[in-house]
Design a protein around this ligand. Structure first.
Ligand SMILES: [Zn+2]
Ligand SMILES: [Zn+2]
Length: 197
């Protein structure tokens, strides 16, 4: 956030409760000091998990003044919501047996920790300019797409551009891997920024 000069947070969209996707919540402190409660969006189950792990953030009685605060918005499947001028469409996917939300905003969609996604949800991903999706490694994994599954998924969804994320060190070096990807498929990297409209 410091490197990328982010000075304002409009909202935080949670995908699921795993720590690699939630443990940074405490770091919203400097944004909270300037902006007040930060709107968060998550499945009800994920909100319950966050309340357990970050009880001091959700405290309503005798809240410590230095603790950050959030404004909770529950996300339900097939219920779009508005973020300023942008409409957000939740995409329901599965991470082995765990439900996870991806999000579509305009012609951009962000999906992580996907292993399976049903037909009804695939329908929501038509005509994308940019699809971000997980590709863990070459070896199969029980709860994440591997490279082959991610490539197959991109082929079916057919966005103008796809960026792979949630990459393990086992996938290999950036330049080497990119050489073997189709022209419209790229590896995402720290600091990549994409225009959403
Ligand atoms: Zn996960
Ligand atoms: Zn993860």
């Amino acid at each position: 956030m410091l490197t990328n000069d982010v000075d304002h947070l409009d909202a935080i969209l949670f995908t699921h409760e795993h720590s690699d996707h939630t443990a940074g919540l405490d770091d919203i402190r400097p944004f909270f000091f300037r902006q007040g409660d930060i709107p968060i969006y998550a499945h009800k189950r994920v909100v319950c998990e966050l309340e357990k792990r970050f009880s001091y953030i959700f405290e309503s009685v005798n809240k410590y003044p230095g603790a950050p605060g959030v404004f909770v918005n529950e996300v339900n499947n097939d219920q779009t919501f508005q973020l300023g001028a942008l409409e957000v469409i939740p995409i329901n996917v599965y991470h082995a047996k765990l439900q996870v939300f991806g999000y579509r905003i305009g012609n951009f969609a962000y999906l992580t920790d996907v292993k399976t996604i049903d037909e009804h949800e695939r329908e929501k991903l038509k005509d994308l300019d940019v699809l971000v999706v997980n590709a863990l490694r070459e070896e199969p994994h029980y709860s994440h797409f591997n490279l082959e599954e991610a490539l197959e998924f991109v082929k079916e969804i057919n966005p103008k551009h796809a960026y792979f994320t949630h990459i393990s060190h086992l996938l290999g070096f950036h330049e080497e891997v990119e050489k073997h990807l189709p022209e419209n498929v790229h590896l995402a990297y720290d600091g990549l920024s994409l225009e959403v409209n």
